[in-house]
Design a binder for this molecule. Sequence first.
Ligand code: AKG
Length: 286
Amino acid sequence: MPDVLCEKQVSEFWDAGYLTVADAVSGDQLAALNADLEGWIDESRSHDGPYGKTLDDRPRFDVQPGHSAENPALRRVQSPTELSGAYLDVLTGSRMIEMLADLIGPNLRLHHSKINCKLPNSATVVEWHQDFAFDPHTNDDSVACLLFLDDITSAHGPLRTVPGSHKGPIYSHWQGGRFTGAVDDEVSEMCEREAEENTGPAGTVCFMHSRVLHASGENNATRSRNLFISQIVAADAIPLSPNHIPSKHEGMILRGVEPQRIRSMDFDIPMPEIPETTFFDQQANS
Ligand SMILES: O=C(O)CCC(=O)C(=O)O
């Protein structure tokens, strides 16, 4: 029996591969996340390209081409938990984490975290892809928790997901000999036909299985569409490739205990590649 979600929500997650739930964090937690993010957006005005450093010396802050002081287009903050107690707090103590335990079990481990921003007039888009192709694990109990930092409607370039796609193939994200971080045109066209939008008020979370095909379009509204995204796995899912967003919190047990076990499934996929900056660069080549 689930503790926080109801059985219908758990079935919906496993049928569609995703589930959207409101009030995943408290009002105070949401305000603290947004206050820190506002500071980073403001700071980005004084930079004209990607800047800062993560654990592996790649830029922590990534900006969309066209970014300027007047029209900031910060599109990614890598591993915000290393910069802000507010972000770490949500991963270690929130309703979001308790709900996730109802989906993939009591022992939860952090793989990586990031913020994806779509600021007004920034033209940031995400191409069709599956997260598992970027961070394969020994089993696929791996979920992206996409926490809405803003109210998100159809006009804001919401996350789009293909129902049931987590039960299908893991597609190649290599096109023309390059890791483009996106599926091919034929699969993308199928996704365009079948996708659903995930919208809701700030504080909503979309739990998305790592094999779900997903993408998002431009934010055409005058307000931002910012997401705090954490990739969290069942603690017996062990990573099989280097982390593309490493942090000192990688591998941290967020809830439950260290199981000291490895659970595996059978699959065969091409190795992913680490991007120079973020996957936005890789997808620009797709
Ligand atoms: O920002 C979005 O709309 C989607 C995010 C995403 O797919 C990702 O970062 O892997």
